[in-house]
Design a protein around this ligand. Structure first.
Ligand SMILES: [Zn+2]
Ligand SMILES: [Zn+2]
Length: 429
């Protein structure tokens, strides 16, 4: 190849991206046809880890985040910082109705129940793109300044109902997955199906804080079971639960300055009991606390616990509150975003410049902000006007990904991984 000697690094990266595109789509379709639920991504993680080992990554760590997480570390040919990229691997308990020839027909166990499984959020695309990034970086490792850490994370969408303890990004942080080496920056993208035709490949990014934070709770109420005809011999956990559920609504209404913090508290699961004439021993509820003031989490949690425990004790029972997942605000570091903006702009299609938006949806990648500055952006995967089938939104059975948009995602992630070292080297000098 006579052009190689004079070709610039960024031109080479673009050429690698074009060349790997078809294989990346094949990986994506394979993951799509074989989706796996949170903390069960064994097949996916196995494919990812073998791929990184085959590429000669210096280190490949498996079974992270309490389950299937994989981290691959590639040392570049020149000294420099450590940059981390994240892809999530999990699918959702949704029955696919896209009619695609690689549609999922898989089922899996989800807290003791058999459920259909579908990549209805696009994490199949995230994983495939990051595998392609891995291959391009391995090919160009001599040109890389510093090291690249590729993070393949389990359970972004939360754990199964019977999962114990933390999971996902929060668990990886708690387990010390980023202690050595400690990344200097995190980059992450999410596909965005916004249902406007012609948005494939459009990059959108916000500066500062995203919409809201979310803390997930599980409340277990212990009473004393017995005969429904003799309630005075029992402590009814369902009645306690009903009172807790109602009383919790007073927290956003009465404990929060509505000028500074928008708070919602929703219970999505309330279960207990087996028969009409048996008062059960226990009842359980699960719900989400969402809030726009990222600092207010501990206070809101303490209010929930005081209300739940106080009501249960007043009735002669007991309540336990378990916070099993915390998703902070997605904070896009303004300084890092400003510095890396040219890398995003170079990846964007000529007719679709980078769009600045006010905010973004939640993603548990926000937990990585406690380690290093983060930039999270979306890449459009809206279907084109002449596509016959309409796609649903994320988490809907008809959700689809316009694969043409993934070319932008790939270029953006490769640029960020490579450029970060060069920019840092310039700053250091
Ligand atoms: Zn999702
Ligand atoms: Zn998602």
């Amino acid at each position: 190849m006579t052009s190689d000697a004079t070709e610039t690094l960024s031109a080479r990266l673009d050429r690698h991206a074009d060349r790997i595109f078809e294989r990346m789509i094949a990986w994506r379709r394979d993951f799509h046809a074989n989706p796996e639920l949170g903390n069960q991504e064994h097949r996916t993680a196995g494919i990812v880890a073998e791929h990184l080992e085959r590429l000669g990554f210096d280190e490949v760590r498996r079974n992270l985040g309490g389950s299937t997480g994989v981290i691959g570390i590639l040392k570049g040919g020149q000294p420099g910082p450590c940059v981390a990229l994240r892809a999530d691997m999990d699918a959702l308990p949704v029955r696919e109705a896209t009619g695609l020839d690689f549609a999922s027909v898989k089922t899996a166990d989800w807290g003791g129940e058999t459920v259909p499984v579908m990549h209805a959020c696009g994490h199949d695309a995230h994983t495939a793109v990051q595998m392609a990034v891995a291959e391009i970086l391995a090919t160009e490792r001599d040109a890389i300044k510093g090291s690249v850490m590729l993070v393949f994370q389990p359970a972004e969408e939360g754990p199964a109902p019977d999962w114990q303890g933390l999971s996902g990004a929060e668990r990886m942080v708690a387990d010390g997955a980023f202690d050595d080496p400690k990344p200097d920056a995190f980059f992450c993208f999410h596909v965005l199906q916004d249902e406007r035709p012609g948005t494939a490949g459009e990059i959108r990014v916000h500066e500062g804080d995203g919409t809201y934070a979310m803390n997930l709770m599980r409340i277990k109420i212990h009473g004393r079971g017995g005969h429904g005809a003799y309630p005075w011999r029992t402590v009814d956990p369902l009645l306690i639960g009903a009172q807790i559920l109602t009383a919790l609504q007073a927290i956003p209404a009465k404990n929060v300055d509505v000028n500074e913090n928008a708070v919602t508290l929703s219970i999505g699961i309330f279960k207990g009991g087996t028969k009409f004439n048996v008062i059960p021993e226990t009842a359980e509820m699960e719900g989400a606390l969402r809030f726009t003031d990222g600092e207010s989490g501990p206070y809101l949690e303490s209010r929930v616990e005081a209300v739940a425990k106080g009501i249960a004790e007043a009735a002669g029972g007991r309540a336990e509150v378990d916070w099993y997942m915390r998703v902070p605000l997605v904070h896009n570091d303004p300084e890092l975003l400003r510095r890396m903006r040219p890398s995003l702009e170079r990846a964007a299609p000529a007719d679709k410049p980078v769009v600045d938006v006010e905010s973004c949806f939640l993603d548990d990648v926000s937990n990585f902000s406690s380690i290093a500055p983060l930039v999270f952006f979306t890449v459009g995967v809206g279907l084109d006007t002449d596509d016959p089938a309409r796609s649903g939104f994320h988490h809907e059975p008809s959700f689809q990904v316009n694969e043409a948009g993934l070319a932008t995602a790939l270029r953006a992630m490769v640029n960020l991984a490579v450029d970060y070292g060069y920019d840092s080297a310039r700053n250091d000098g």
